[in-house]
Write a protein that binds this ligand. Structure first.
Ligand code: MRU
Length: 360
């Protein structure tokens, strides 16, 4: 388990600095909140097999770019313990199999492959089976811990943008439930409130998987942050009525051109914000940046048609209707006022300003 954390025995909740702890390592098991059960039940699942981590990522038991990266890293750790390898070569070969399975779970968020590649690189440095196991576990725990400190740093930078009394619109869930804890877009809200500012949130419901209604509303209420839900279709209306002052969303992948891949619907929120001259910000750690790929290289995940055809188990559409269900869209840089990172706020033109980011 990563610390400092607290297991509140009374209501069996893992929290980290007062925000929900989404994924952690505990005595050889990966513990995560089952997000498919929220908001009805706050339930934790524990896995000892990497195959179950892959299923959990695919089924959205865990979701959100940074959270799936950490879960996948822990998945490789499980794979190393599951392996019966007697040599480092055998262990690395077993881990390659796990890597391929985990990498294939979701295509769009870059944090998944970022974390998997880092752990595999670390594994190749080990000189014995046990050294590899220990090395990658320590390393994955560090990735998890760094996620929280990164979110806090990013949150502080973002909080400087926010004036007392603002109402911020967010889409999907880029909160503690999408990360190890604290969140990116919602981390900015947490940091602004910590600095004494009054901030209220308007959250879109985020069809069809309802990350806004089920997750953002749940975690903000859990933390006592004022939140009001709107249907996705009301974004234009609330903006035209001057009910919001800023948009902050997360990201699944940011390209060197400043194009941002995020939850489906983000693009139309950005267009609408532009129409109403409302600043549109993206909050994303450097692990979400992909400075190598071009737009055409990125696969947009297409999800099951049942997410559209049904409400719960009830079919609401005519038989045989065609469905298109992309899970992510692309917001172009000209609609983005800034990208809030742990190294500061990137201002446009992003392509030029990326070179000022440390280590790039
Ligand atoms: O399909 P999801 O729920 O994994 O999509 C999540 C998002 O699009 C988030 O906005 C993104 O991962 C940023 S999370 C800090």
């Amino acid at each position: 388990m990563i610390g400092p954390y607290q297991l509140l025995g009374h209501n069996k909740k893992y929290v980290m600095d007062n925000s929900l702890l989404t994924v952690s390592w505990e005595d050889g098991k990966v513990v995560m909140i089952d997000q498919t059960k929220l908001p009805k039940k706050l339930e934790y699942v524990k896995y000892t097999k990497y195959q179950d981590i892959a299923k959990a990522i695919k089924r959205l038991i865990i979701r959100g770019a940074p959270a799936i990266g950490v879960a996948a890293a822990f998945g490789l750790c499980l794979a190393s313990f599951q392996s019966k390898a007697g040599s480092t070569a055998e262990l690395l070969s077993d881990m390659e199999i796990a890597y391929t399975l985990l990498r294939g779970t979701r295509p769009t968020a870059v944090n998944l492959v970022w974390a998997l590649d880092l752990v595999m690189k670390k594994a190749r440095e080990g000189n014995s089976v046990n050294q590899i196991r220990k090395g990658i576990l320590d390393y994955s725990l560090k990735i998890a811990q760094d996620d929280v400190s990164t979110n806090k740093k990013l949150g502080k930078y973002g909080a400087e943008l926010i004036n007392d009394g603002e109402v911020v619109l967010t889409h999907c869930n880029a909160g503690s439930l999408a990360t190890v804890a604290y969140g990116t877009a919602l981390g900015v809200i947490r940091a602004a409130r910590k600095s004494g500012k009054e901030v209220r949130v308007i959250a879109t419901e985020t069809r069809p998987v309802m990350q806004g209604s089920r997750l953002t509303a749940f975690e903000l209420k859990h933390d006592g942050i004022d939140v009001c839900l709107i249907p996705d279709t009301a974004v234009g209306y609330v903006m035209s009525q001057k009910m919001i002052s800023r948009v902050i969303v997360g990201a699944d992948r940011v390209l060197r051109t400043g194009h941002v891949f995020n939850k489906i619907g983000t693009y139309q929120v950005a267009v609408m914000a532009n129409r109403h001259m409302i600043p549109f910000y993206v909050a994303a750690p450097m692990s979400t940046f992909d400075l190598e790929s071009d737009i055409g290289d990125i696969v947009i995940e297409q999800r099951d048609a049942r997410e559209i055809l049904q409400v719960g188990n009830r079919v609401i559409t005519p038989k045989g209707v065609d469905v298109l269900n992309p899970a992510f869209d692309i917001t172009p840089p000209e609609l983005i006022a800034g990208i809030i990172t742990e190294e500061g706020i990137l201002q446009p033109p992003f392509k030029k300003n990326f070179k000022y980011i440390k280590g790039r």
